[in-house]
Design a protein around this ligand. Structure first.
Ligand SMILES: Cc1ncc(COP(=O)(O)O)c(C=O)c1O
Length: 445
């Protein structure tokens, strides 16, 4: 057991503290230390990780309350299931048919016995979606980034990447040993300067890494500016379009389509865990890059293939995207409505992507506010330090095509009440602020 001096938990204590202090502890101490951290979260009802969902992933989900054991209906605003495909009847029926034909699993990696006709068909369909020569499928988006980056780069190369890039991109860089420089988020000028300054250094290749839609802020990379900078500097552009695929562009083919630069991005990575609502990842590029990755991306070579059920699910999702373009339209309507409501409440909001960050004032307790959302039947993800800097802690709202306007209204009412309840003293405004939502005044002084 830990004594009091060894445990210095508290509400401002977080996972990074555990990592730092844990470095000096052996495994037994470290895990006990972590247990006491979790126990404290549980006792304060601040533990909302691992909530058990006992229904299909839809706009409304059944959640088992870990404190009372009661099963409650909650509105889901925390899922990347942007088009609502996770519970689509056509997809479920197609997967059932394919499980009869191909069975439940495959039991091997793609280069050996793990490559079915379904895998082959999906690679062709995704290449078509992305306007690329070829595609290869990984068993996760994480594996796709790590495999791609560590296979293509080494210590003779330079990678210049946006500072908001996903952990999987960072991990890939570490594994590759490439020289790496990041630039401030979406600072295109800094990207250009960095490429300019490194042009005479003897790197074998220079890569640029950006995301189409950034997962924490929901803003987009200005590819219309980034593509010409890469071309001018002879740099290879890698686009992580995990959140843009299926959502951005007229056909939902992604952020490059949104900017009309589909044929000019060298390498695009995507996942099946967002719009396609299952799991897996892919890389789209020239035939020779894909061939190379098949034999040198270790997370592809040394990891078993996705089961045919998951592949079938993505294939069926592509059918739905073709046959029901109104889903993207409905999502866009909901995005616009949410942006309008948040702006009325005084939050900055973009109206292009389904991700809305709800910045939490520095002295508002994000864990208490999280529990209030939970109590009000709103399932929303909180993004805490160290995932983001302390000053940027936020709730992340994820909007889906299947949400109704009434769902979004309920979310706004919850936000209004929680902000009113938790507004820190010194941040209270002295003047009355008139904010109207559905003709009701919702924010007071
Ligand atoms: C931008 C980005 N890239 C990669 C990934 C990894 O994808 P997956 O969760 O499918 O492994 C994620 C997932 O959160 C992501 O947001």
């Amino acid at each position: 057991m830990l004594n009091k001096s060894e445990y210095m938990g508290g509400e401002n204590f977080d996972l990074r503290d555990i990592l730092i202090r844990g470095r000096k502890m052996n495994l037994k101490k470290k895990t006990e230390f972590f247990d006491s951290f979790i126990d404290e979260l549980l006792s304060k009802k601040q533990m909302l990780h691992l909530r058990v969902i006992s229904s299909p992933a839809d706009r409304e989900v059944k959640v088992v309350d870990s404190y009372t054991g009661e099963v409650r209906s909650m509105l889901m605003f925390g899922s990347n299931n942007y088009l609502g495909l996770a519970n689509h009847p056509y997809i479920k029926e197609f997967v059932c048919r394919m499980i009869q034909k191909y069975g439940a699993g495959i039991g091997g990696p793609p280069l050996l016995n793990g490559y079915t006709a379904l895998h082959h068909e999906l690679e062709e369909r995704l290449a078509h979606l992305k306007g690329a020569e070829d595609v290869l499928i990984f068993s996760s988006g994480y594996g796709a980034n790590v495999g791609l980056v560590s296979a293509l780069m080494n210590n003779e190369d330079l990678v210049v990447y946006d500072s908001y890039s996903h952990a999987s991109f960072h991990d890939g860089i570490k594994m590759s040993g490439a020289q790496a420089v990041h630039f401030s988020h979406n600072d295109v000028e800094l990207l250009e300067q960095t490429l300019d300054r490194t042009s005479s250094m003897n790197f074998k290749d220079r890569f640029v890494g950006v995301e189409g839609v950034y997962s924490m802020d929901g803003d987009i990379a200005p590819l219309d500016l980034i593509v010409p900078i890469c071309k001018k500097n002879n740099a290879i552009l890698i686009l992580d379009d995990a959140h843009g695929t299926g959502v951005m562009g007229r056909k939902g083919s992604g952020t490059a389509e949104h900017f009309g630069v589909e044929s000019e991005v060298d390498i695009t990575m995507g996942t099946f865990s967002k719009t396609f609502a299952v799991t897996g990842g892919f890389v789209a590029a020239s035939k020779s890059i894909i061939n190379y990755l098949r034999f040198f991306a270790r997370s592809y070579m040394f990891s078993a293939s996705l089961p045919p059920t998951v592949v079938a699910s993505v294939l069926a999702a592509l059918d739905v995207m073709d046959k029901e373009p109104e889903l993207v339209n409905r999502l866009n309507d909901n995005i616009k409505y949410t942006a309008q409501c948040l702006t009325q409440l005084g939050f900055p909001a973009n109206s292009l992507t389904p991700i809305f960050p709800l910045r939490v004032p520095v002295n508002m307790n994000i864990r208490d506010a999280s529990f209030e959302f939970h109590q009000k039947g709103i399932f929303i993800n909180s993004i805490e330090y160290p995932a983001v800097p302390k000053s940027q802690q936020r709730f992340r709202i994820s909007i889906m095509a299947t949400h109704t306007k009434e769902d979004i209204d309920r979310l706004m009412e919850a936000i209004t009440e929680i902000w009113k309840n938790n507004e820190p003293e010194q941040e209270k405004k002295t003047e009355e602020v008139k904010v109207y939502f559905n003709n009701k005044k919702v924010l007071f002084n």
